[in-house]
Ligand binder design. Structure first.
Ligand code: FES
Ligand code: FES
Length: 212
């Protein structure tokens, strides 16, 4: 039995005339590249149009709520967080975006008197709600007693966590969790201070709650 392949099974020699039987390899490669380019370009265009459609079709809702005593009505993308609503739509930048994931408490505000992480709260769920931010605690130039206590106790360093700490402290007092320094620490534990001002923060809450 011969070990040689029949001639028809062998590739044409380099430089052989390829135009005599169907498209040349060069033509096939060129055509493939062109088709591939069209497909890639088509995919890009398709992805772009899908994205445009998705953005254009993002559902939105009309929402009315009260923020720091002022009635506000706004139409927002349903995915908007309360934190972004406050900061980006209402210009209330006192509430800070630390982690944007519910882990630091820098965004704490009061909703109907209860502490919430505004970064995790969808704005559209707050139809008719009463929201209080750090901007709403003082009365004109008169600071809230806890704001004054933070100054008295020197309870901040960089200040980034401070709005959330103060609003959380107000909530903590209204909830009645100020029976001891340990209790305050426990119920304020969702508010992280990277500067480590915890001892003074607890003292400020104690001072305001009338425990010191
Ligand atoms: Fe909301 Fe950190 S920014 S918990
Ligand atoms: Fe800097 Fe608390 S004062 S993070």
């Amino acid at each position: 039995m011969s070990s040689e392949l029949p001639e028809s099974a062998l590739p044409p020699p380099t430089g052989a005339n390829e135009s005599t039987s169907g498209p040349s390899r060069r033509a096939v490669i060129a055509t493939s590249a062109a088709v591939g380019g069209v497909l890639v370009a088509g995919a890009t265009v398709l992805a772009g149009s899908e994205e445009a459609t998705a953005v254009g079709a993002a559902p939105s809702s009309r929402l009315s709520l009260t923020v720091n005593g002022t009635r506000r009505t706004v139409t927002v993308d349903n995915r908007t967080s309360l934190l972004d609503l406050l900061r980006e739509h209402f210009g209330l930048t006192g509430s800070k975006k630390g982690c944007n994931a519910g882990a630091c408490g820098a965004c704490t505000v009061l909703v109907d008197g209860h502490r919430v992480n505004s970064c995790l709260t969808l704005a559209v769920r707050l139809q008719g709600a009463e929201v209080t931010t750090i901007e709403g605690l003082s009365e004109g130039d008169r600071l809230h007693p806890l704001q004054q206590a933070f100054i008295d106790q020197d309870a901040f360093q960089c200040g980034y966590c401070t709005p959330g700490q103060i609003v959380s402290g107000v909530g903590c007092m209204e909830e009645g969790h100020t029976g001891s320094a340990e209790e305050i620490r426990e119920w304020m534990s969702g508010n992280i201070c990277r500067c480590g001002c915890y001892v003074k923060i607890v003292r400020a809450v104690e001072q305001t709650a009338g425990r010191s």
